[in-house]
Design a protein around this ligand. Structure first.
Ligand code: ADP
Ligand code: ZN
Length: 523
């Protein structure tokens, strides 16, 4: 095995080669290791499979003193320990999944300075006895794996992880390295605050999936748009996501009628049928699954060539995960989303109906808003997506915006027509009625409320409804307008919008395309 006391003479590269047998670090690993070697606290956000473990294992072998790795799952710990031992690295492991004698003898080896790495479950770490025993041994680094478990609002919150915030006070000289694959900004802030009071670096790396092309189009005619897209990927395996079980059956039938090998999948189907459907997807060529989000978890098919969304997903994280199922083999794959304001309204409704704390709901709304900003992007979509996750990137040349940059137009006047209508009708109505009034439609509702008498009535008569819908979506994404779910999606005017009404600001937006034509890529 490795003679750890000699390792201080070595460099990260030599450890990588001699211990792990790899030729070079992956991009992202090098900088993380450098920061840790310099003694800085760090939160590294990297997707699963990016190679997080090496980022702390290499410094652990180079640093004097002990590295303590806190991991929430016994199975994960055992896995890591077995891997390291297979590479000849002597490590210790203490958790409740093994007998007391084993834990005691493991600790003896740690106390005797025989190992450089100790894997430990969090509830074992934060006891007063363990704290003082560790102070006596001397810890040079704490590693918090699956660090999103610190975040109170996250789906994986663990109370024992919350206690890890005391580590910094007990061990002011030890560096803290936190790792997670969960990248949203709020969770990142929670982790950095809890573990090192924000005094450390956050590095986000590896979220880009350059082989996935990114396209988003406003929903005009879902069926037509789907069929146009499918013409370009005929005979290839893919997933079409929709919201309702009923839709999965309906759209699978549409696709079959157009000669595609399409099958529905949702949680309401009989388990045997679901299993068969998955099997066919894995084994046969060119099967298209029309599914709710129930499909995908645990599906590891490398050659999924497209993911098409008939509806807006619930958050940027969810979207990233769903499109991430395509192109795992690294070959080009298409992703395409349709979305409309009705989706936004429905998603907001879902969140507001969730039985959760207000702070949680606000966070969910923000995640949804981030996705809306992505949908309405006028610059490279990949940049918008990655910057949400905290990662910088150049323009990608593999998204609809890069391929066909939208023309920016001044839409101050049409937006004012809409904003005036919203204000004059008391900020109590949804998009359909607002557009009806602005375009001077003669509907019963318009007459019933006397909205045909308003100054704004008919001002936008010359402008098509799809254009105005696009305008409203962009104004919502840019924060000129908001939507009140408690009042059935009533549109309101925000400060930015008031400035446009008052004539102190203009409104630039993407020129709005209102046809169902597929993008160049899809044809
Ligand atoms: P994560 O914890 O980020 O999900 P792992 O640390 O388990 O990822 O690493 C994923 C895989 O990548 C492992 O099989 C690991 O051995 C391999 N790997 C990590 N870094 C390198 C590297 N620099 N060169 C080659 N393989 C690597
Ligand atoms: Zn791009």
């Amino acid at each position: 095995g490795l003679r750890v006391h000699e390792s201080t003479m070595q460099s990260p590269d030599s450890i990588l080669q001699s211990v792990f047998g790899f030729g070079s670090f992956r991009p992202g690993q090098g900088p993380i290791i450098d920061h840790l070697m310099r003694g800085e606290n760090l939160l590294a956000v990297m997707p699963t499979g990016a190679g997080k473990s090496l980022c702390y294992q290499v410094p652990a072998l180079l640093l004097d003193g002990l590295t303590v790795v806190v991991s929430p799952l016994v199975a994960l710990m055992d896995n890591q320990v077995a891997g390291l031992r297979a590479n000849g690295v002597d490590v210790a492991c203490i958790h409740s999944g093994q007998g007391r004698e084993v834990n005691v003898s493991e600790w003896r080896r740690v106390a005797a300075g025989q190992v450089k790495l100790l894997y430990l479950s969090p509830e074992r770490l934060m006891t007063p006895r363990m704290m003082s025993a560790m102070k006596a041994v001397g810890v040079s680094m704490f590693v918090v794996d699956e660090a999103h478990c610190v975040s109170k609002w996250g789906p994986a919150f663990r109370p024992e992880y919350a206690q890890l915030s005391d580590l910094k006070t007990h061990f002011p000289d030890a560096r803290i390295a936190a790792f997670t694959a969960t990248a949203d900004a709020a969770t990142r802030d929670d982790i950095a605050d809890a573990l090192f009071a924000g005094r450390g670096r956050v590095i986000v790396h590896g979220f880009d999936r350059p082989n996935l092309s990114l396209t988003v189009t406003p929903k005009i005619d879902r069926k037509k748009q789907l069929l146009a897209f499918m013409d370009g990927v005929r005979g290839q395996a893919g997933i079409v996501y929709c919201l309702s079980r009923k839709n999965t059956e309906e759209y699978a039938a549409h696709l079959r009628a157009a000669g595609h090998k399409a099958l529905p999948y949702h949680a309401g189907l009989d388990a045997g049928l679901r299993f068969d459907t998955q099997e066919r997807f894995m084994a046969e060529e060119g099967v298209v699954i029309v599914a709710t989000i129930a499909f995908g978890m645990g599906i590891d098919k490398p050659d999924i060539r497209f993911v098409f969304h008939l509806n807006l997903p619930g958050s940027m994280e969810a979207y990233y995960q769903e499109i991430g199922r395509a192109g795992r083999d690294g070959a080009p794959a298409l992703t395409h989303m349709l979305y409309g304001l009705d989706d936004v309204r429905m998603r907001r409704q879902f969140i507001s109906e969730e039985n959760s704390e207000p702070a949680h709901q606000i966070r969910e709304m923000k995640r949804l808003d981030a996705l809306l900003t992505y949908c309405e992007a006028s610059t490279c979509r990949r940049q918008v997506m990655l910057s949400y996750f905290g990662e910088d990137s150049p323009a990608c040349k593999n998204c609809d915006i890069c391929e066909d940059p939208p023309e920016m137009i001044d839409a101050t006047e049409p937006l004012r027509f809409i904003l005036d209508t919203i204000i004059e009708t008391g900020e109590r109505f949804g998009q359909a009625h607002i557009i009806a009034v602005a375009r001077g439609a003669d509907t019963e509702r318009v007459r019933q409320f006397g909205h045909d008498k308003l100054p704004s009535y008919g001002k936008a008569k010359a402008i098509g409804a799809p254009y105005l819908q696009g305008l409203i979506r962009q104004a919502l994404a840019s924060g000129h307008i908001d939507m009140d779910i408690a009042r059935y999606g009533a549109l309101g005017v925000k400060d930015k919008g008031r400035a446009v009404v008052e004539g102190t600001a203009t409104f630039e937006c993407k020129s709005i395309r209102t046809n169902t034509r597929a993008t160049r890529k899809d044809r």
